[in-house]
Design a binder for this molecule. Sequence first.
Ligand code: EPS
Length: 396
Amino acid sequence: MLRFLTAGESHGQALVTILDGLPAGLRIDAEVIATQLARRQRGYGRGRRMAIEADRAEIIGGVRAGETIGGPVALIIRNRDWENWQRTMAITPEVPEGATGANRAPVTRPRPGHADLAGAIKYDRSDIRDVLERASARETAARVAAGAIAAELLRAVGIEITSHVVAIGGVAISAAHTVSFERAAALADDSLVRCVDRGVEQQMIAEINAAREAGDTVGGAFEVIARGVPPGLGSYTHWDRKLDGRLAQALMSIHAIKAVGIGLGSEGASLPGSRMHDEILPDGGADGWSWNRPTNNAGGLEGGVTNGEEVRLTAFMKPISTLMKPLRSIDLTTMQEAPATIERSDVCAVPAAAVVGEAMTALVLADAFLESFAGDAMSDVFAAYAAWRERRQARF
Ligand code: EPS
């Protein structure tokens, strides 16, 4: 129903996004997109690039008078750093007259953990820059812009999304799955690592400082929480319609994410069924339903279908693969041992990845919502959703 594509390189002119499938009549506020882009740029441990950029998405199609009009929405985020890369990243074989920036040497020593080696082999490139430019997590700015619009659609139907950082390196908060939506949503946008526990936050900052001093990097984990999600999104009827799988794929596709958990996630593997599963009790249901669940270990998904509880997803991020004290590698021009390339990079990007996680969750949930409550215009979507609620709640 809802799909998006991105294009652009980390040090190219711009990132481009096309978001297709939005109903007409959705209000789009450029400031809302800008707020999300600014959140993605923050977080303790980012590198110098974020001081250069001030990401803003220009809307260049699909919106008129502040509303979607049915066509695909096209967005462009210009890279301020482009002026330092016009020579290295020139599109033409000859560097154009007046191009600015250094003419950088080819990258030939792949970084372990990055797409460098696999990408050079796959696309038969001699300069690894051709790989790292598109493999770069800079692309997530384009996703966040698209996700901000998906989140606006969800907000219009009462679904909200937030996130919080649960671990940096070896430091983690306890019982992350019990952190309330309100507590995560109340995190200030200038919070250094987006952790709800002040004491743990200090330890996380110390972990990032220690990594930086050692020429190293650190990963971590974040949880995304969506509330107001109606029961019944997704389906158990076929593998590719299961919403847990679709959400996991969306989060796993974020750069450096190596594992995804839903609800208790991997912790559930060691629990007996009696302690894992969320009992179903009569009465007291929130939001007009006549049942309630005292726990939410399932993270709002049973059988690949939302069950009306908060959707809770945890993503685990490996340490960034550009090390200032490089690991051993080879030089692809000589095939002899050589230290891996050093590119300007971040020491830790977990807080930023959490914002990207919110965006990817919004895109998948909006897609699933439109599958159940499709409409050419937002008025149709609202009417379909209201009629469904009335019918379902009369029975449940
Ligand atoms: C960036 C993410 C990281 C940054 C990048 C901007 O991308 P990568 O996956 O390539 O490490 O390092 O900045 C640079 C490449 C740079 O020139 O400093 C982002 O999220 O915008």
